[in-house]
Design a protein around this ligand. Structure first.
Ligand SMILES: Cc1cc2nc3c(=O)[nH]c(=O)nc-3n(C[C@H](O)[C@H](O)[C@H](O)COP(=O)(O)OP(=O)(O)OC[C@H]3O[C@@H](n4cnc5c(N)ncnc54)[C@H](O)[C@@H]3O)c2cc1C
Length: 506
């Protein structure tokens, strides 16, 4: 039996090990933490004398392909819910929301009425769906992304617009209203301050909707998203995957395929035929002690600008706008701080250039508590998560209490019971770096800018082996810094495992 060692037990290490164990490899996963899951773990607090668990890193599920959810066996033990109600969008000058209906026709009417949109909303959604179908084809078949394949699938015009092009050109092509452009383009800065003017950034827009576990939408896991990593760890153990936790790697001898590590004070060794890194992309360069790789890695862009506030309420949050429809309790809400694309771009670039600690862009609110109640998980506190853009990298949350208050105060006017807010916890990019080791706090491990997107999101020196790490023969990289991107999806882990198995069988 060939031996595979996977370094990193986040979602990508877990998904890769699941698929490889089922292909009859002898799989060992090593992690420096004492637990599995990487960023997808829970945190716990005692508030008002009672313990409460909540999502430490990620909160919502959405980018996972449906086949990964079922083929890993997660679908047997994980209960989920995703809102079918419209997303609700607020601009600085709007009291009431604009509704992002799932129905394309209803959406077109709403955008024209609320934002004066005169462009081609239906055309945008139709073309986006074609691109998403293409992306999902790459996922399922573990095909390395390339513009040639894109042109075969989509034709030259759509490839130029949606894959090679900038977000700005894409949005200008379909829309006339600044607000529509802002809403449709906001995901370009989801993980870090990528410029909407940079070629290659258009691709992030369909990318963020390319999951299929909820048909391109985002939703919730009963108890919390960390159940995904907890349950997958147990499934993998039952498949025979070995886990070596609390392990510090001392040396990797690539000539003999030997890893030396210490765990709980004892020295150990492992042999490998293939070595996979499911960490951030800088780790392999350091552990392999390869100066060329390290210096190439330094030239990449890792900057992150996302943070989050988890707010705890002693009674269910009553949204001002849920009166007419209580189903809106679980809707995703978006609060923008700018009215035009240009202001939005300036804010994100100001955060990149550290002009200020916080350069407000948008806040995405996840109604985690409302969703838990929908899944019959009644907890003693309600939780909402305020996923926030654009925070500069330098300071941890304890130094930015004023910023936390500013974030909360943008959302609170839309809540009828603000006095029920009993506690809040804030994390900045610096905290994400220190807690989860994300380079420069980026939730995708590496910025999704135009130079690190689609076919450029690779570390391989060989265009036919997309997940190989530089020119190593039997060393791969499949963390969030590889194609397609981060998130609780495991797609890089899956694609890497499939390509490795396929190459071996040839
Ligand atoms: C605040 C926040 C909010 C987010 N929100 C969402 C969300 O709502 N939905 C979503 O889908 N995604 C979200 N994300 C992104 C998502 O969590 C990540 O992209 C994803 O979890 C990355 O998974 P991974 O397996 O690639 O890496 P990680 O989870 O980073 O795992 C890497 C593992 O490698 C280990 N490791 C590192 N160095 C070494 C070493 N030297 N030796 C041994 N082990 C090592 C680490 O301990 C870790 O366990 C969020 C992330 C954060 C932080």
């Amino acid at each position: 039996m060939k031996k595979i060692v996977i370094i990193g037990s986040g979602i990508n290490g877990l998904v890769a090990s699941n698929y490889l164990a089922k292909e009859d490899y002898d799989v060992t996963v090593i992690d420096k933490n004492s637990y599995t899951g990487g960023a997808c773990i829970k945190d716990s607090l005692v508030i008002e004398d009672k313990g409460i668990d909540f999502a430490y890193g990620p909160t919502v599920l959405g980018m996972m392909p449906d086949f990964i959810f079922s083929e890993t066996g997660l679908d047997k033990s994980i209960e989920t819910f995703y809102p079918k109600t419209p997303k609700l969008v607020y601009f600085p000058d709007s009291k009431k929301s604009t509704k992002i209906f799932q129905s394309h026709n209803e959406l077109e009417i709403e955008l024209e009425k609320e934002w004066g949109e005169k462009g081609d909303t239906l055309g945008f959604r139709n073309d986006e769906n074609k691109v998403i179908e293409f992306i999902q084809y790459l996922y399922k078949n573990a095909v390395s992304p390339s513009t040639d394949i894109a042109e075969n699938f989509l034709g030259k015009n759509l490839t130029d617009l949606w894959i090679r092009g900038s977000a700005k050109d894409l949005l200008d092509h379909y829309f006339t209203s600044e607000k529509t452009k802002l809403y449709m383009g906001m995901t370009v800065i989801e993980s870090g301050p990528a410029s909407i003017y940079q070629p290659g950034t258009a691709f992030t827009i369909p990318l963020m909707d390319s999951g299929s576990v909820f048909d391109g939408y985002w939703g919730y896991v009963k108890n919390g998203i960390w159940k995904i990593s907890e349950n997958l760890t147990e499934i993998n153990k039952s498949l025979g995957v070995n886990f070596c936790l609390s392990s510090k790697i001392e040396n990797i001898d690539t000539a003999t395929g030997k890893i030396s590590y210490t765990s709980n004070g004892s020295k150990n060794e492992l042999n490998y035929d293939h070595l996979l890194f499911a960490t951030d992309p800088k780790v392999p360069g350091k552990l392999l002690n390869n100066e060329t790789v390290k210096s190439k890695n330094e030239k990449r862009n890792y900057l992150g600008s996302s943070g989050k506030v988890t707010a705890f309420f002693k009674n269910p949050v009553k949204w001002v706008e849920s009166d007419s429809n209580p189903e809106y309790d679980t809707s995703f809400r978006f609060f923008f701080s700018t009215n035009t694309l240009e202001e939005f771009e300036n804010a994100s670039q100001n955060a990149a250039n550290k002009i200020d600690d916080y350069c407000p862009g948008y806040i995405q609110v996840y109604a985690e508590g409302g969703a838990q109640r929908k899944m019959n998980n009644n907890e003693h506190l309600d939780k909402i998560i305020l996923f926030t853009k654009n925070l500069s990298f330098d300071k941890s949350a304890e130094k930015l209490n004023d910023v936390k208050e500013k974030i909360i105060s943008r959302v609170v006017p839309h809540i009828k019971n603000p006095n029920d807010l009993v506690f809040s916890k804030f994390l900045t990019p610096k905290d994400l770096h220190e807690t989860f080791y994300f380079p420069e706090g980026n939730i995708d491990h590496m910025t999704l800018d135009g130079n690190q997107n689609f076919d450029k999101r690779t570390f391989s020196s060989n265009s036919n082996s997309f997940y190989k790490y530089y020119n190593y023969d039997n060393i791969y990289y499949c963390g969030a810094g590889s194609f397609p991107c981060g998130s609780v999806a495991g797609t890089p882990g899956y694609m890497c495992a499939k390509q490795l198995t396929r190459n071996e069988k040839q």
